[in-house]
Write a new protein. Structure first.
Length: 250
């Protein structure tokens, strides 16, 4: 027995004894929570693996796209995220995506940017903030920034990019924790997508850990959506605005 265990026993504390002293209902509740947690993790493993397999060979860091290296596409698809409480500035996660997208256009890896998010999001108008930041702060020409205000989630952003805006190939930009799921969904929906991991300056470690965990379980939703091939929440008539912007930019 270790000195620490001996000291604990001398003080009258032992894990098994402490467990037995818990009320029966508390022991049942803790066992149930443990079982539910293990089952949830197990059920999420398959969908999580599917996203990694589907996206395999199509995930890049921004550093991979320096100079003439890495994939190219006419369009960068930037996925929306939370904006600041005042509704005028992107939060660090979103700002990192926009900075990476602007860098891809500046380096010639893409010609135009399609920002896709929720114009009526709980934190504000994501796409309006995204467009304003790209033009006003990141220095991207306004003619190169297009907006999909109805990309309500990752699936919808990918589906609408293909079905409404006619994209056949794109560089998808989001943080690494989200990237495989986004690329897997876009590719499943017929979009030849390569993912570029976005910067995340100022992102808190706790938030990153929370988002990695959340994305693990979100893969189950993604796999179900892919299986069902559901329609986007908002349907629109086909638009040629992206192709027209690409033609002007080339």
């Amino acid at each position: 027995m270790t000195p620490a265990a001996t000291a604990q026993r001398a003080r009258g504390w032992h894990p098994r004894a402490a467990w037995r002293r818990l009320p029966r209902w508390a022991r049942i509740a803790l066992r149930t929570l443990l079982i539910v947690g293990l089952v949830g993790i197990g059920l999420g493993a398959g969908p999580y693996a599917w996203t990694r397999i589907e996206a395999s060979g199509h995930l890049y860091d921004e550093a991979d796209l320096t100079g003439s290296g890495g994939p190219r596409a006419d369009v960068v698809l930037v996925l929306g995220a939370q904006v600041a409480p005042d509704g005028t500035e992107p939060m660090p996660f979103l700002r990192g995506r926009l900075d990476t997208a602007a860098a891809l256009v500046a380096s010639g890896h893409a010609s135009v940017i399609l920002v896709s998010g929720d114009a009526n999001g709980s934190s504000g108008n994501e796409t309006d903030v995204m467009r304003s930041y790209l033009i006003g702060r990141a220095g991207v020409d306004a003619s190169r920034v297009l907006v999909d205000p109805n990309g309500l989630d990752t699936y919808d952003s990918c589906a609408r990019a293909k079905q409404v805006y006619g994209l056949t190939k794109a560089l998808v930009v989001t943080q690494p924790y989200h990237l495989a799921r986004a690329v897997a969904l876009c590719r499943h929906l017929g979009l030849d997508a390569d993912g570029v991991g976005a910067r995340c300056d100022g992102c808190l470690s706790l938030n990153l850990m929370r988002n990695w965990t959340r994305d693990y379980f979100a893969c189950s939703k993604a796999a179900l959506e892919a299986y069902e091939s559901r329609r986007p929440a908002v349907t629109s008539e086909p638009s040629s605005v992206v192709q027209e912007a690409v033609a002007r930019a080339i």
